[in-house]
Design a protein around this ligand. Structure first.
Ligand SMILES: Nc1ncnc2c1ncn2[C@@H]1O[C@H](COP(=O)(O)OP(=O)(O)O)[C@@H](O)[C@H]1O
Ligand SMILES: [Mg+2]
Length: 361
C-alpha cells in the first residue's frame, strides 16, 4: 500500500460534511511508514462538539484498509477566505460573508440568521451578524440589546460592533431610534448598508452572516455588486407560494454569481405541545423537492414552534438560551454543513489591504 492509495480511499469516505468524499486539497499530510499512517487534514471549518466523532469516523475508515494498523490524525479547523462573485477581493478582517435570504418576508430569515450565527459561535468560529434590513431592522430586539444602546465610536468614522451571545452585531437599529422615520431613497439605502459593513471595526471574523431584507430591491443589488459574498443560504417555508419566492431567491443568486450553499426549510413540522403529535401544517416535502430541482443541498428543517417565536420576540434566541436542546443541535449541524460546503469552494487569493473599501454614500 502507498500514500496514493490512502488518498484514494479518503476520496471514497462519505459523511454529512463530505458527501462526495474528502478531496485531495484537504489532505495536508499523508505518510505511511510500515503500517502506521500519519495523517493531517486541513478541513477549514469548525466542528465544535462533533470533532471527536469526526476524528473517530475518519480513523475507522482508514483502519479498515488492511495495510494500516495504526493512525495518528490531526485536524486543522482554521477557516480560509473563499472565492466571491466576480472574484471580488475579500474584506480585511472578514474572511467569509454569507448572505441569508429569501424571496418573501416573514419566513424566518432573521430567526435563522441569528440562531445560525450563535450556533457558529458555539462551534468555535468568530462570527458577526449584519442586519441588512435598513428599513425594518430586527436584530436589536432578537439579540436583546437595549433600545438606547449605541455603538462605541473610535473616531468620527469608525465604530465598534455590539457584542451579544458570543457574536458581533451591527444594525441600523443601533443608529436610529424607533421614532426616527425611515425614509430613505435607493442610493441612501445602499450607502447605509456599505457604511454599516465598512465603518464597523469587525474583530477578525471567520464568518459574517448578512440577514437580508425580503425581495430583490436596492439592498440586494448593492450586495450583489459591491459586497464580496462567499455564499448564500435560502430560507423557505413549505407553503407553495413561499417556495415560488424561494425559487426567485435561488435564481437571483445564480444570476449574480453568488453560490447558494443550501436551503433551510423553516416552520416545517408542528409539534403539538399537548400530545406531541407532529403535523406538517404547510405541506410536506417542499424543501426536499426544491433542493432536488435546483440541485441545492437541504441543510435542515426547523419545526414551527411557539418557543422559537417567544424566544425571538423577547430577545432570547433558543440556541443561546438552551444550548443543549434539540433545536440548538439542529442549528449547529446546519452551521457545520454550511461551513463544510463553503470550505470545499476555491480559496480567495485576493484581499483588500485597506481597513475598508470605498463607500458610495
Ligand atoms: N420556526 C419558527 N417557529 C415559530 N415562529 C417562528 C419560526 N421562525 C420564525 N418565527 C417567527 O416568525 C416571525 C417572522 O420571523 P422573521 O425571522 O422575522 O422573518 P423574516 O426575517 O424572514 O421576515 C417572527 O415573529 C418569528 O419569531
Ligand atoms: Mg428579517
Amino acid at each position: 500500500m502507498n500514500n496514493a492509495e490512502v488518498v484514494d480511499a479518503l476520496s471514497n469516505y462519505q459523511d454529512a460534511y463530505y458527501p462526495n468524499g474528502i478531496p485531495d486539497s484537504v489532505i495536508s499530510l499523508c505518510e505511511l511508514q510500515g503500517s502506521t499512517l500519519d495523517l493531517k487534514l486541513s478541513i477549514g471549518f469548525p466542528l465544535g462538539d462533533k470533532k471527536e466523532q469526526f476524528i473517530e469516523s475518519i480513523k475507522q475508515s482508514v483502519l479498515s484498509l488492511q495495510a494500516i494498523s495504526s493512525v495518528s490524525l490531526t485536524i486543522d479547523e482554521t477557516v480560509q477566505p473563499h472565492l466571491t462573485q466576480n472574484n471580488l477581493p475579500s474584506l480585511h478582517r472578514i474572511k467569509n460573508i454569507i448572505a441569508v435570504a429569501s424571496g418573501k418576508g416573514g419566513v424566518g430569515k432573521s430567526t435563522v440568521s441569528v440562531n445560525l450565527a450563535i450556533a457558529l459561535g458555539q462551534l468555535g468560529a468568530r462570527v458577526g451578524i449584519l442586519d441588512a434590513d435598513i428599513y425594518g431592522p430586527s436584530q436589536s430586539k432578537m439579540l436583546n440589546i437595549a433600545e438606547s444602546t449605541r455603538p462605541e465610536f473610535i473616531d468620527d468614522k469608525r465604530f465598534k460592533p455590539i457584542e451579544a451571545y458570543g457574536i458581533q452585531s451591527m444594525s441600523m437599529g443601533y443608529m436610529v431610534t424607533e421614532n426616527t422615520p425611515m425614509v430613505w431613497r435607493g442610493p441612501m439605502v445602499s450607502g447605509a448598508l456599505m457604511q454599516l459593513l465598512n465603518q464597523c471595526t469587525w474583530n477578525d471574523l471567520d464568518y459574517l452572516i448578512v440577514d437580508m431584507p425580503p425581495g430583490t430591491g436596492d439592498i440586494q443589488l448593492t450586495l450583489a455588486q459591491q459586497v464580496p459574498v462567499a455564499g448564500s443560504v435560502i430560507v423557505t417555508t413549505p407553503q407553495e407560494i413561499a417556495l415560488l419566492d424561494a425559487k426567485k431567491g435561488i435564481e437571483m443568486f445564480a444570476k449574480t454569481g453568488i453560490p447558494v450553499l443550501g436551503l433551510v426549510e423553516n416552520m416545517a413540522l408542528h409539534t403539538c405541545s399537548k400530545c406531541g403529535h407532529q403535523e406538517a401544517i404547510f405541506g410536506e416535502g417542499g424543501g426536499q423537492g426544491l433542493s432536488e430541482r435546483y440541485q441545492v443541498p437541504l441543510l435542515g428543517s426547523l419545526p414551527l414552534s411557539p418557543k422559537t417565536r417567544e424566544g425571538m420576540d423577547t430577545g432570547m434566541p433558543p440556541v443561546a438560551i438552551d444550548p443543549d436542546g434539540e433545536l440548538a443541535e439542529t442549528f449547529r449541524e446546519m452551521a457545520r454543513k454550511v461551513c463544510a460546503l463553503l470550505s470545499q469552494r476555491p480559496i480567495n487569493q485576493k484581499e483588500t489591504t485597506a481597513q475598508t473599501i470605498a463607500t458610495d454614500a
